[in-house]
Design a protein around this ligand. Structure first.
Ligand code: GLC
Length: 780
């Protein structure tokens, strides 16, 4: 049903509103408020900028689950705060914010200490509940804009929308689609007065009404039995994300090869086809690190098997590919073919050990996916995850280096695929989870994909203990970044989808998920040569750079569109490989701070009004900005340059910021700019990330004032965790016409291969030296 119909007035049961605070009890981390006789409202101070608010209309709180939140309340460092009680209010004061609770009626508002601005204040409706639903209404300030919300279509700012959290196979998604593959009930609110983030800690179906019903009211609504939200204050988006990712976890550093180009298609159908594909890349000198195998590598789509005729010797195939510098990633779906008579181990063991989802009455649940009638593991159970992890040996032993989880919303039909069935879900009352934490699918639906990705991550870490691996998932929930990279599912070869990938990926980044990508070229339907060329340019910026297309489309490999487009693809994939030292350092930063890799301009210029809705320019890190073309026949576009000085990536031309310019962008050119005072490290072009040691590091420096830290390690092992890493800090200062570069001595224990450093100051000249890790000063 279209969303706008749901908005029509209808007769709904009345809400019961929380009325007054009757008693206050303090405890080590905050206060319990006893409201309306015996209702419990708890405010916990977890950090000076982080407050958890919990309210349960049934008195008891839901036992804590470790699904999404990575740190339990008691694991946060104890911090000082003051409680002040007056006749009308109870104030909890930290170094950064005050939580002010009005006693009668009970209303919560937050105040930041710096300027005294209030934010996220309850409206007259406060907190309320009715059967199996809890909600809270908050004031939206005039200038407030809302970002994040996980995977979202549309533009950047989501104000005015009604956003549902319910993981769905949203094939054919478009601008009005609400329920997406990934539900992440987190947002960031930015306004001229105050910035804050809010994580709504509910895995039940929930909604944010971000001023859709009433433009100045935000509603948090869940079909669960508890209101539980974490309020994060931060002056900058970076601070908010840092705290949010401390709470829900951060990505671990991926292997360097996962940052290279990935080639995928449904389906590379046989060993012969895969060998030809690999050969084409190497012969045409188009860099590529990863080949993905879609569902056809399996025997009748049975997970953890190999097709006997088409993939008779996967080990040999993968050994050969490894010799040519490729890594192989295989798809793994959750649906297990229901095949009790066929000696299919995964089905047999799963049935034997009762690992599959059953309905409330105890009957095994069946649905239809690629392998036809299927059963589904309960990934919420730790024993099932452990078993599932162990099954990966049949892939890892053959040399597979990464796992791609798909269809894990879960996506299934009530009839065989292709038989015009209905999309269904597991019954909402189906029991799920470990015996001591048992719940039902209504609570676990949104984390089914998350827990599957977790099992994949654990499998790879266990079965490839010496090397870092790669996991990719279509479905997830808040905290998915701990386990996996994410792609935005089945997009189309449409200019509109190319355009939409920009705000979608930025909003995912602003939701704590840095390793993200959209299918380059568009998954469904046929790309035109022009669309494909433009998409490859933009794809060069995606943290996950993967080309993928559906079986029914024309082929979408970079050489399928004629030599002009092939040359453009080669040029931009090569540029990606040159930028790898810069991009790898961004991944390191993301792993340590939660910062996005691909950023909207507002991330660094949130005070600049012009950036707040700007969705079609992107920052890769802080220094490199791109203004891509995403419309056919377009050769010019307006580019906004924020404050400071900017240098054209291609010509070195210098511009003063805080203005718009018109960029010329013929098909082979994506306008790109470097911020003044930046240092961008570049490696030589390679056909794959480990083709040879980086024996030449070019530092492209722009005049101005700035600082940069380069992170390096071996790119593959976990030795960095034991101190085998290095950082080099560079400072650039400009005095009059003179540019001075201070290179600090290299820190850390990892020694890069012998190399020349070529320092190129844009518009000034080039100097070169042999890197011995010592400090030096260069003048231009
Ligand atoms: C789903 C995935 C797509 C994959 C296809 C076949 O549609 O989103 O990426 O190619 O299934 O496995």
């Amino acid at each position: 049903m279209p969303e706008f119909i749901e908005q029509l007035p209808c007769h709904e049961p009345q809400w019961n509103q929380i009325s007054s605070v009757e008693r206050v009890q303090t405890y080590q981390q905050g206060i319990f408020l006893i409201c309306d006789g015996n209702l419990n409202l708890t405010l916990s101070v977890l950090a000076p900028n982080l407050i958890r608010v919990r309210f349960s209309p049934t008195v008891d709180f839901i036992p804590r689950r470790s699904w999404s939140v990575a740190i339990a309340d008691e694991e946060w460092d104890t911090i000082p705060f003051e409680i002040e009680e007056t006749e009308k209010f109870i104030n909890i004061k930290t170094a950064e914010i005050t939580v002010c609770v009005q006693r009668d009626p009970c209303r919560i508002v937050f105040i930041e200490q710096r300027m005294g601005n209030t934010f996220a204040g309850d409206t007259d409706l406060g907190i309320a509940w009715r059967q199996n639903e809890v909600a809270c209404w908050k004031q939206i300030g005039a200038g407030e804009k809302f970002y994040g919300f996980g995977e979202r279509t549309g533009l950047l700012n989501q104000r005015g929308k009604h956003l549902t959290h319910w993981n769905t196979d949203c094939v054919g998604y478009e601008i009005l689609t609400d329920e997406m593959y990934q539900a992440i009930p987190f947002f960031m609110s930015l306004s001229p007065q105050v910035n804050y983030g809010l994580f709504f800690n509910t895995t039940y179906k929930s909604q944010f009404d971000v001023g859709a019903n009433q433009s100045d009211i935000l509603q948090l609504h869940t079909q669960g039995n508890e209101l539980d939200y974490y309020l994060i204050y931060g002056q900058e988006p970076a601070t908010i994300l840092n705290t949010y990712t401390k709470l829900t976890g951060r990505m671990s550093l991926p292997p360097r090869w996962a940052l290279g180009y990935h080639q995928c298609r449904w389906s590379y159908n046989s060993e012969t086809e895969v060998r030809t594909l690999a050969r084409e890349f190497r012969q045409r000198r188009i860099p590529c690190d990863v080949i993905h195998l879609d569902i056809d590598y399996m025997q009748g789509f049975r997970v953890f098997t190999w097709h006997k005729q088409r993939f008779p010797d996967p080990k040999k195939l993968i050994d050969e590919l490894t010799g040519q510098g490729f890594k192989v990633v295989t798809i793994v779906d959750p649906g297990v073919k229901y095949d009790p008579e066929a000696d299919y181990e995964v089905c047999d063991r799963g049935l034997e050990n009762n690992y599959f989802i059953r309905n409330k009455q105890g009957k095994i649940f069946h649905g239809y996916v690629w392998p036809d009638r299927s059963v589904f593991p309960d990934f919420i159970r730790s024993d099932v995850r452990e078993w599932w992890s162990s099954l990966h040996k049949n892939l890892i032993n053959k040399g597979v280096a990464g796992i791609w989880n798909d269809m894990n919303e879960p996506a299934l039909d009530d009839r065989p695929f292709g038989d015009s069935g209905n999309k269904i879900s597991f019954p909402l009352d189906a029991p799920q989870g470990d015996p001591e934490e048992q719940t039902n699918h209504a609570e676990t639906h949104n984390i089914y994909g998350l827990m599957m990705a977790r099992a994949s991550r654990e499998a790879l870490d266990r079965l490839r203990p010496k090397e870092r691996s790669f996991v990719l998932t279509r479905s997830g929930y808040a905290g998915v970044q701990k386990y996996s990279a994410v792609w935005t599912g089945d997009n189309h070869s449409l200019w509109e989808h190319l355009e939409m990938s920009l705000p979608m990926l930025c909003n995912l980044g602003l939701s704590g998920v840095p390793f993200v990508g959209a299918d380059i070229g568009g998954f469904a339907s046929n790309a035109t040569p022009e669309l494909f060329a433009r998409w490859m340019q933009i794809g060069m910026l995606y943290p996950l750079m993967r080309g993928h297309s559906v079986i029914a489309s024309k082929r979408h490999e970079p050489w399928e569109f004629g030599t002009e487009v092939e040359d453009i693809c080669r040029q931009y994939i090569e540029l990606r490989y040159q930028l790898l030292p810069y991009i790898y350092t961004l991944f390191w930063e993301a792993a340590n701070t939660g910062a996005p890799i691909l950023r909207p301009l507002l991330y660094h210029y949130s005070d600049d009004h012009n950036t707040q809705e700007l969705y079609d320019q992107l920052l890769l890190g802080e220094s490199l900005m791109a203004a891509p073309v995403y419309r056919p026949g377009v050769e010019h576009r307006a580019v906004y340059l924020p404050q400071g000085t900017w240098y054209d990536w291609w010509t070195g031309e210098c511009y003063q910021g805080s203005k718009y310019i018109l960029a010329h962008a013929p098909l082979a050119k994506m306008p790109m700019y470097i911020r003044g005072g930046s240092i961008i490290p570049l490696a030589p072009v390679m056909q794959y990330t480990s083709e040879s040691a980086v024996n030449q590091l070019r530092l492209r420096v722009t005049p101005g004032t700035g600082e940069y830290t380069l992170y390096e390690d071996d790119g593959t092992s976990f030795a960095y965790r034991d101190g085998l890493w290095s950082t080099t800090n560079y400072q650039v200062n400009t005095e009059g016409e003179q540019v001075i570069i201070d290179i600090q001595a290299r820190q850390g224990n990892w020694n890069p291969a012998p190399r020349q450093i070529i320092v190129e100051v844009v518009g000034k000249g080039v100097q070169e030296f042999t890197d011995d890790g010592t400090a030096r000063k260069l003048q231009f």
